[in-house]
Design a protein around this ligand. Structure first.
Ligand code: SF4
Ligand code: ZN
Length: 344
């Protein structure tokens, strides 16, 4: 016998039940609930302003397609809002080419501006080539570390190229608290404190970054993408997933939430409190500097992406000369380049 749960707002059958609030939603009321909640997050953290040009980081997966779809709808509500989708193609054979068509199909059918930015063009090699070089050179980094750093870097460069005022990424509540726990385990407080929903454009050449899905659980962003038919229902998995501790943490957090509903929101609240306490105590990093090689946001004279590129032998000749100059002027940065074998 099947029990059909009815929507809490009409007579239609429910497609989603929220364990925390005890409310059930049909398709129409779920979309209404989801969009209202994201709009509230955008207002609460002052993410968008009239006339903003938003670059949306899109992978072609469910979260980023959901964000693109939602932000395009926001054009009706925010005067002069411009949206450009940017897909950073890492070059992961057998994986990324399966998700790219989700974006191209969607964008072409609706006349949405999109840009595909390959690692090969911006970084100098595909992620597959990078991983191979890294293993050969015995560098101590996992594929996802390169992927995350380079993806952020390419998105920044493209945002500056198209004069965007905001970069929006589809990190949802689950992503944020997974990163929070991973960094707690590594005692990386700088990274924890950078997990705020908004990073303002403090510093020259720095584009404001926002996470509109900050308070949305992954199952809600996924459902929003599926009911709006934004992605193909089949699931594709990156071959490098096995190297990432995130997926174990994700499993543990899902089990915790299953047994103790509300745990994920509790963790997010504790993260926000920690960030706010540091902010009030004046302990948050106020400004990023500009990388002296590529112009991207950096905590030192050189950004993480350029350090990786140096270690992988991917700097162009003029960039390499710049690096040597920087090392001569600031020998103390050598400690960041421990694995850079071509130091003169
Ligand atoms: Fe990149 Fe890792 Fe995600 Fe694969 S699993 S797309 S390598 S971050
Ligand atoms: Zn750089």
């Amino acid at each position: 016998m099947y029990i059909v749960v009815k929507c809490s707002f009409c007579d239609k059958p429910a497609i989603y039940y929220n364990k925390i609030s005890g409310l059930a939603y049909c398709k129409v009321h779920f979309i209404e609930y989801f969009e209202r909640k994201v709009r509230k997050t955008i207002r609460k953290y002052r993410m968008l302003n009239p006339g903003d040009h938003v670059v949306v980081g899109v992978s072609g997966g469910k979260d980023s397609m959901a964000l693109l779809h939602f932000l395009l709808k926001m054009k009706r509500k925010i005067l002069g809002l411009e949206v450009t989708a940017v897909l950073v193609d890492e070059g992961i054979k057998g994986y990324r080419e399966k998700t790219i068509p989700n974006l191209t199909r969607y964008a072409e059918a609706r006349g949405v501006k999109y840009i595909i930015a390959p690692f090969k063009d911006y970084i100098g090699a595909t992620l597959d080539e990078i991983v191979e070089t890294s293993f050969t050179r015995k560098l101590p980094y996992m594929p996802c570390s390169y992927c995350g750093v380079f993806r952020r870097n390419v998105l920044n460069i493209v945002a500056r190229e198209v004069n965007a005022t905001v970069i929006a990424t589809a990190h949802n509540l689950d992503d944020v608290i997974q990163t929070y726990l991973m960094n707690l385990i590594n005692n990386s407080w700088d990274r924890i404190l950078s997990l705020a929903p908004v990073r303002e454009a403090k510093g020259e050449g720095i584009v404001k970054r926002i996470k509109p899905f900050y308070e949305m659980p992954e199952k809600e962003t996924a459902l929003y993408a599926l009911i709006n038919r934004l992605v193909e229902p089949e699931f594709h998995q990156c071959p490098y997933v096995k190297y990432n501790v995130r997926f174990t943490i994700r499993k543990v957090l899902n089990e915790l939430e299953d047994r103790y509903p509300g745990s994920k929101h509790g963790l997010l609240r504790s993260l926000l409190d920690i960030i706010s306490l540091h902010e009030k105590a004046g302990l948050l990093k106020k400004e990023y500097t500009k990388c002296k090689i590529c112009g991207s946001p950096a905590s030192h004279s050189i950004c993480r992406s350029c350090i990786f590129r140096a270690e992988l032998g991917l700097l162009k000749r003029d960039e390499k000369s710049k690096l040597e100059e920087i090392i001569n002027l600031e020998p103390e940065i050598k400690h960041l380049l421990k694995h850079y074998h071509n130091l003169s």
